[in-house]
Design a protein around this ligand. Structure first.
Ligand code: ADP
Ligand code: FDM
Ligand code: MG
Length: 188
């Protein structure tokens, strides 16, 4: 008989929303509560594809827009076998960005074809400027209309501690709900 599977919990949002902080806190808390949980992030910069992506983000390398989009996608696909294996083993995956960032960031780029990619100089990495991030946010709102995906919206202006409590409670509920459901396919 198949064992209980883990849940796939993805944190998405604009840069500096607090995703990485909350992902780390959530994995710690789930483990402390006796759950099996692993942290993943995308882009995962350690693979060969991930290193190319990282050079692009750090503006050390220029890549054509479709090319970088597909590299982000490939970077997720190269982790799918491992992710499925872990989920089937009952390990909950807490993921710092996934395919939704892929859509939101690329479509934000397409919304402003007149602006050259990487032109804003507010942050150190590509995409780190407020007008671009605003378009990313609109794109996330659009993606959240898909009700099959069980989105929960967090108010990122709350304290780290309050957000953590809220996210932990949602994660525990989600783990319960997911454990008897078969793994579904998600676009990547
Ligand atoms: P992201 O991964 O979404 O880019 P981080 O988790 O790296 O965001 O957080 C960005 C910065 O904001 C960090 O310095 C972090 O300590 C701080 N931070 C995170 N969450 C909060 C919060 N709820 N309130 C205030 N500062 C926060
Ligand atoms: N990003 C991330 C994309 O443009 N496409 C994707 O598919 C993914 C997963 O990469 F600007 C962007 C989002 C962000 C950057 O930054 C990664 P962090 O700080 O490593 O999350
Ligand atoms: Mg982060």
């Amino acid at each position: 008989m198949a064992g209980r599977r883990g849940a796939l919990i993805v944190l998405e949002g604009v840069d500096r929303a607090g995703k990485s902080t909350q992902c780390r806190r959530l994995v710690e808390a789930l483990r402390a509560g006796g759950h099996r949980a692993d942290l993943l992030r995308f882009p995962e910069r350690t693979t060969e594809i991930g290193q190319l992506i990282s050079s692009y983000l750090m503006k050390k390398k220029d890549l054509e827009d479709h090319t970088i989009h597909l590299l982000f996608s490939a970077n997720r696909w190269e982790h799918v076998p491992l992710m499925k294996e872990k989920l089937h083993q009952g390990i909950t995956l807490v993921v710092d960005r996934y395919a939704f960032s892929g859509v939101a960031f690329t479509s934000a780029k397409e919304l402003r074809p007149e602006e050259a990619a990487g032109r804003g100089n507010f942050g150190t990495e590509r995409y780190e400027n407020s007008s671009f991030q605003e378009k990313v946010l609109q794109s996330f709102y659009h993606l959240m209309k898909d009700e099959t995906l069980n989105w929960k919206t967090m108010d990122a202006s709350k304290t780290i501690e309050d957000l953590h409590k809220e996210i932990k409670s949602i994660a525990e509920e989600t783990i319960q709900e997911a454990q008897n459901k078969p793994l579904a396919e998600l676009w990547k």
